[in-house]
Design a binder for this molecule. Structure first.
Ligand code: ADP
Length: 242
């Protein structure tokens, strides 16, 4: 289930967001994708998940070409994703949010269908796993930011993805929840899920990653285990301008 991109290019007008990005994320790992602001990390996630179309290049997952596939097809192929700005339905309960995550089309009928199929137990299972089962009946808008991020992740996990892309899971989250997110990622990885994580919190990245890819100006400039990346001069240069 390797996720690979080959020579992917994406420009917005004159701004080149991805400049021939060739990168490979091997299965079974917690991979991190880091780099300065504007280096193309989110655009890469958007291309991989079919939310925007690359101008050129190729993206494959488990050997299958997903370059021009629609988001739902890519999700069905096994790639799940969370968003930097966290996508939940604010006026729906946590439980309904998790159920809705796997029935995006026709919400009302979808929810009834989900209940018939006994998916409520599975949804509750994920809420429990993520430590927010006590909030099952609470509307998402009344949950803390960190809890909402866990809720969004619960919804993604309902889709049983083999590979999970997390866009800034630590952003705006308090330190206690941060620990839980780190532990969860390691646990979910030990059960066989692959992760690709875009994250600015370097302590978290260094603590939980097996492999780190560093982007600068739309393409990878370095990759390796945390011990190597921590001291890589190109990385320090890209971040610190030295
Ligand atoms: P990162 O996630 O590493 O911060 P992004 O992928 O968000 O980087 O952005 C890469 C570059 O592409 C930036 O210069 C950004 O301003 C630009 N960009 C991203 N999305 C758009 C868009 N929808 N329209 C115009 N420019 C964009």
């Amino acid at each position: 289930m390797t996720l690979e991109s080959r020579d992917v290019r994406k420009a917005f007008g004159g701004v080149v967001a991805l400049d021939g990005a060739t990168v490979s994320f091997r299965p079974g790992r917690v991979n991190a994708l880091i780099g300065p602001n504007g280096s193309g990390k989110t655009t890469f996630f958007n291309c991989v998940t079919g939310m925007i179309r690359a101008d050129s290049g190729r993206i494959t997952y488990a050997g299958q070409d997903i370059t021009r596939k629609a988001p739902h097809a890519i999700a069905r192929a096994g790639v799940g994703r969370t968003f930097q700005l966290c996508r939940v339905f604010p006026r729906m309960s946590a439980l309904d949010n998790v159920l809705a995550a796997v029935r995006p089309a026709g919400l009302a009928g979808g929810l009834r269908g989900a209940r018939r199929r006994g998916e409520v137990d599975r949804a509750r299972g994920w809420l429990t796993r993520l430590g927010i089962e006590h909030l099952a009946d609470v509307e998402a808008r009344n949950m803390s930011w960190g809890q909402q991020k866990l809720l969004e992740l619960a919804g993604v996990l309902m889709g049983e993805p083999d590979t999970v892309l997390l866009d800034e899971p630590a952003g705006g989250v308090n330190p206690a929840l941060l620990d839980r997110i780190g532990t969860l990622v390691r646990e979910l990885n030990a059960e066989g899920r692959t992760f690709v994580i875009v994250e600015h919190n370097m302590d978290l990245v260094m603590a939980i990653s097996d492999h780190i890819v560093v982007f600068d100006r739309g393409r990878p400039i370095a990759e390796g285990p945390p011990s190597l990346i921590r001291t890589d001069e190109r990385v320090l240069g890209a971040y610190l301008g030295v």
